[in-house]
Design a protein around this ligand. Sequence first.
Ligand code: AMP
Ligand code: GLY
Length: 420
Amino acid sequence: MILLLLGSGGREHAFAWKLSQSPLLTKLYIAPGNSGTAQCGENVALNPLDFEAIQKFVAEHKVDLVLPGNEDPLVAGIADALGNAGIAVAGPDTYASALEGSKDFAKAFMHRHNIPTAAYKSFSLQTLAEGKQFLSELKPPYVLKADGLAAGKGVIITPDLAEAQTVLDDMLAGGRFGAAGSMVVVEEFLHGIEISCFVVSDGEHWQMLGSAKDYKRIGEGDTGPNTGGMGAISPVPFADEEFMQKVQDRIVLPTLKGLREEGHPFRGFLFVGLMNCGGDPRVIEYNVRMGDPETEAIFPRLNTDMVQLVHAIAHGNLDKVAFSLNPQTAATVFLVSAGYPGEIQKGYPVHLPAPAEGSVYFHAGMAEKDGSIVTNGGRVLAITSLGPDIITAVANSLTTAERVTFEGKTYRRDIGQDLM
Ligand code: AMP
Ligand code: GLY
């Protein structure tokens, strides 16, 4: 099979790494890719949002299947656009992708299908005054979410009513977050521990892909601003059989059934962000693709042929795919650039010695320049190690993290500590 993978992060290197292990793969293209994906296939200079150029590339290079790694092309409608041209895409259609592309759509969907989530109300510029009044009736902290895609920055949580009202004003009247903020979801604050659960579906059949915990804050002890993710642990100890059964019965099945009933069966990877509220899972958000860095933690545990898996998503035979997860624990530690998630400098040489036994590298913000590898983004390199328990897996990743060097290298040494 000839595949075209879209994206350029650590998640896409993990996909490329897994795909390239399959005997079914004849050729892998990655657009635009990074220095890591270049070791697994051929990087091509295509914009994942330029569907016409992708369609042309697919025809010229006899690509059998397109696999979008991140949400932007999915929400922009790549599965419909290419699907209408007869091209197989392992990803949900535009309608189903709105579960991630519009928080208001996702909340209304959950409401329609009785899926547990935080109570909410949506507001637009026309109902701004009503929104401020609604906030004044809620208990703090206040949760405000820009409706559209905002690169993970569209959620504001504050204990202060006046600030919450100002934020609502800024989004609806002041253009903060642009079009993404022209509608705002105000919702109940959920107390608990967050966890990410992953599902793969071909529209009819489905499989759980396990759980992971993401460490979002830049600083140790979960301090400082949010990032794209500083590390991950998979599986999550508290997500035991009983909890995962609740996730399956109360959330995954009604979600997949709901989409089928609405005429848009989900074909792709579904990421359910949950709060464990005293043993009961409630949905915080849906994403219609794998997580980053969760993918880097989960895929090294996955004993499934990835080419067969993505082919099955697009062609409806997921029930024929042998599936198992290694029971070992995976710990991913992300090395990031100094200043991240604020302003950063790029172009520093990366020294990448062989990883410790049992560790693997996934390149993220890294590029090849004049034959050597340099930093090329905020999140630079994910290091994943497997071990019999969290302590061992994390220790292995941290040992490898010490050996890698680049100017300004920053990472959290407390990944997984809250779960030990
Ligand atoms: P989202 O983009 O919807 O995942 O929100 C970003 C982050 O905000 C989440 O990962 C949570 O940490 C937090 N968050 C979102 N919604 C809520 C909520 N209703 N209650 C508590 N925390 C939330
Ligand atoms: N790790 C969070 C995300 O991929 O959105």
